[in-house]
Structure formats: C-alpha cells, structure tokens
Design a protein around this ligand. Structure first.
Ligand code: ADP
Ligand code: MG
Length: 293
C-alpha cells in the first residue's frame, strides 16, 4: 500500500465519520480540518486498512553505517509476527524506531492508518498502546509479584500518589486475568527477585499487559529460558495473539516454529524474505546469510 493510498483512505474514513457525526447534529472534529496524525478517539487506533503497524522505506545510519536500509514492513491487527535474522541485522534497531527511541533518517512509521509515530516521543508512544519488552527482565526485585503488576498501572509514581493509589474494579479484574495469563496466579506474594528467570520474564510481560497494549514488541523473549519455560511462553503468546498484535524477535527456531504464522527475515537492515518458517528456511538467500558464506 502506498502512502498516498493510506492518506486517501484516512481521509475517506474521516469523511465517513464526519458524515455520521453531521447526521447526528454534531461534528466529531469540532469543525477543524482532519489532522493527519490526530488521535480521533483516545485509545483507538484506526485499522480500517487492515494494518496496525506500517513501516515504509525506513533508513537509519550510525556514523555512516546503515543499520536500517529502506525497510518496509507491515503487520495486521491481532497478528503474531516473528522476526528472525542474523546478529546485527537491525532487529533491535527496528524496535527502537517503532518505540521512538531512535529517530530514522528517512521513511514513514505509522500506528494504524492515521498515527504518525515519528511525531511522538517514546513516552507518548507507550501511552498510545505500544508496549516493549527488552531482552533482560527489568522487574522490581524487592517488590512482590502483585506489587509489580500494580505498579505497572500507576502513572504517578511518587510516594504520596502511590500511598493513595487504589485499583478500580476493572483494574482488579484485569490484574486477576493477567496473573492467570502469565502463570503466576499461585505466586502473587512472592518477591520478584526470588522468581526464576522465566517467571521474571512473564512478570514483565504481565506488567506490559496491565496497560492492555494494542501492539507488543518482544525482543528475544525466551533467551535463557529452560525448555519448559520456553514451551509455556509459546502458549502464552498464542493466547495473546488476536487480542493484541505481537512482533516477536527470536533466534530459537523451535519456538518460532510453534508460534509463527508469517516470519520476516531481516538482513542488513531490510527484509530479505517473508513467508512461513518452512518457506523462508528453504530460501537460498536466507540460508546464505545464516551460513555467513
Ligand atoms: P540485531 O538486533 O538484529 O542483532 P541491532 O539492531 O542491535 O541488530 O544492530 C544493527 C547494527 O546497528 C549493528 O551493527 C549495531 O552495532 C548497530 N547499532 C545499533 N544501534 C546503534 C547505535 N545506537 N549506535 C551505533 N551503532 C548502532
Ligand atoms: Mg538485537
């Protein structure tokens, strides 16, 4: 899909909404012209074009080294996309760009059809509903499992605000659901520092889930996990798929094999191949980059 088509589509959708609003005697936009990256309804992402994430022609260089090179890629709502590729292919840098940590030199990065992520800060992008899991677990070791999850809901983390913080009933329900999803319902009061590596990773995923992100980016989530933890993580991701969109970077091919629909292979900062795992593994170019020639 070209950007022009996306813009056209966004305008069509906006016109449609404006027409509906006019019919009810109200203008949703307050009479203003449609802003290209304006959030129409807070908390909603326009996926009328079937894309939750859209990267086009994205490039970034560090001191003359091109880490991301005209990268184009898109993800459908609810999809679980796996990203593989040799070390240095640009997988982490791609996530840095999506989450606003790194600004590309060129290209377009959209969340849904209308939200231009390049206009937002890292904190705003998290607020928009993009959660990111880094490779190393970063839970609060001294706090219990439940305290970690509660903390994930607090926007004002000052001591005073925390003392008077109470979960509302929707948040309490969400907490119970998340605890169950991440297999830690039986460990609510355990200190996070005493959890296994795998459990810490699940807890951190749980902390992201408390915010109910629309898109979750997970960088090497099963690295260092036992086989059993890896299997449970695969189950976890399959449960998350559909309700959330996921982008998972991993090297563990048996894990990828269990969870993947479409696999994208990155090499030298752009897409080398895309398809089922079997398809990309049979691709000569993919074999070459993995063997390093
Ligand atoms: P991957 O996650 O696929 O292993 P990365 O995205 O971490 O690859 O890195 C891609 C390339 O970009 C590497 O050669 C890395 O050294 C380089 N790189 C990434 N981030 C920076 C940075 N902030 N400054 C300089 N070079 C970087
Ligand atoms: Mg990486």
């Amino acid at each position: 899909m070209t950007p022009d088509l996306m813009e056209q589509g966004a305008r069509r959708a906006e016109a449609h909404r404006a027409a509906l609003a006019a019919g009810s005697g109200k203008t949703e936009s307050g009479g203003r012209a449609a802003g290209f990256s304006r959030l129409l309804t807070p908390g909603e992402v326009d996926v009328t074009h079937g894309r939750i994430l859209y990267l086009e022609d994205v490039s970034v260089s560090f001191d003359g080294f091109t880490a991301i090179n005209k990268l184009s890629l898109d993800i459908a709502p609810g999809e679980l996309r796996c990203i593989i590729g040799p070390n240095g292919a640009g997988k982490t840098t791609m996530m840095d760009i999506i989450t606003g940590k790194t600004r590309p030199d060129q290209g377009r990065v959209f969340f849904g059809s209308t939200i231009d992520l390049l206009r937002y800060s890292e904190a705003e992008i998290a607020q928009l509903g993009i959660g990111r899991k880094f490779q190393k677990p970063t839970v609060f070791e001294q706090l219990s499992v439940i305290e970690n999850l509660e903390l994930a809901l607090k926007t004002d983390k000052t001591v005073a605000a925390s003392m008077f913080f109470r979960l509302d009933s929707a948040q309490t329900d969400r907490l119970a659901e998340v605890l169950h999803t991440i297999h830690l319902a039986g460990s609510v009061s355990r200190q996070a520092g005493n959890l296994s590596h795998g459990q810490k990773q699940w807890l951190e995923i749980g902390m992201l889930l408390m915010q109910d992100p629309k898109l979750l980016l997970l960088d090497e989530p099963v690295a260092g996990m036992t086989d059993e933890e890896t299997e449970r993580t695969a189950e976890l991701f399959l449960t998350l798929k559909g309700r959330h969109s996921l982008m998972v970077v991993e090297h563990d091919m048996s894990f990828i094999n269990t969870i993947s629909d479409i696999v994208t292979v990155l090499s030298e900062g752009s897409v080398l191949a895309q398809g089922t795992l079997a398809q990309v593994q049979a691709d000569e170019r993919v074999i070459e980059v993995y063997l390093g020639r």
